[in-house]
Design a protein around this ligand. Structure first.
Ligand code: 5RP
Length: 229
């Protein structure tokens, strides 16, 4: 069912893609059906140039014949379509479950508009049930983790902060960084936490996306809800 809902959200987002657009292309199990549906359109004659947010999405796009560019060649994009781990009523997001948050945020910020695609399980009243991914430099990991704890504590937040591992190995992002997953629970002030995390030198980026998403297509068994911020 979840796969079907992701597919529906992905297809709804395709409706806002126009020929000639420069597109940011997201990462994850919801972005993938979007990439496949986009590839069908390209095959049928739609002209787009895609800037992928991860090596994984770049590989899929290339396999499916979607023309690709980079932010060096194409520094301004018309639209980014990407998934999310949580979406609140103001379209603030937690992203980074797939580990691509830094590139996803750079690409979204370079886009005139970001559209989020998700199934209904991602819609929340308050962000934070999903552990917040924080991308950090490998150097000084212990000190950075301590600084994150202190910054969170200053905002009344606490919880386990774990170094992300996959298949018994430390997970390394496309940019060569580590990820700390912070289980703070409810985050009542995402803007405050975002600022506090940005103050920490070892933090490269965090998964709170604030003021970036303009629209979300959220699929449930009742249909696809379009939310605009
Ligand atoms: C990757 C992301 C993904 O968009 C997010 O994790 C949602 O993934 P999925 O669509 O597989 O649930 O932020 O870094």
């Amino acid at each position: 069912m979840s796969a079907e809902l992701k597919e529906r959200a992905a297809r709804a987002a395709l409706e806002v893609v126009e020929s000639g657009m420069r597109l940011g292309i997201g990462t994850g199990s919801t972005a993938e059906p979007f990439i496949r549906a986009l590839a069908d359109k390209v095959l049928a004659g739609m002209r787009v140039i895609g800037v992928p947010t991860s090596q994984r999405s770049a590989k899929l796009c290339a396999e499916l014949g979607i023309p690709l560019s980079t932010l060096e060649e194409t520094p301004e994009l018309d639209l980014t379509v990407d998934g999310a781990d949580e979406i609140d009523p103001q379209l603030r997001l937690i992203k980074g479950g797939g580990g691509s948050l830094l590139r996803e945020k750079i690409v979204a910020a370079a886009s005139a508009r970001m559209v989020v695609i998700a199934d209904i399980s991602k819609k929340v009243e308050t962000l934070g049930a999903f552990p917040l991914p924080i991308e950090v430099d490998q150097f000084g990991l212990g000190a950075t983790r301590r600084a994150v704890e202190k910054a969170a504590s200053g905002l009344g937040l606490s919880g386990e902060i774990v170094l992300r591992q996959r298949s018994d190995k430390v997970f390394v992002t496309d940019g060569g960084h580590y990820i700390l997953d912070a289980s703070f629970g409810r985050i009542p002030d995402p803007e405050g936490l975002s600022c506090a995390l940005h103050e920490i030198p070892g933090v490269v980026e965090h998964g709170l996306f604030i003021g970036l998403a303009r629209q979300a297509f959220i699929a449930s068994s009742d249909g696809v809800e379009a939310i605009v911020s």
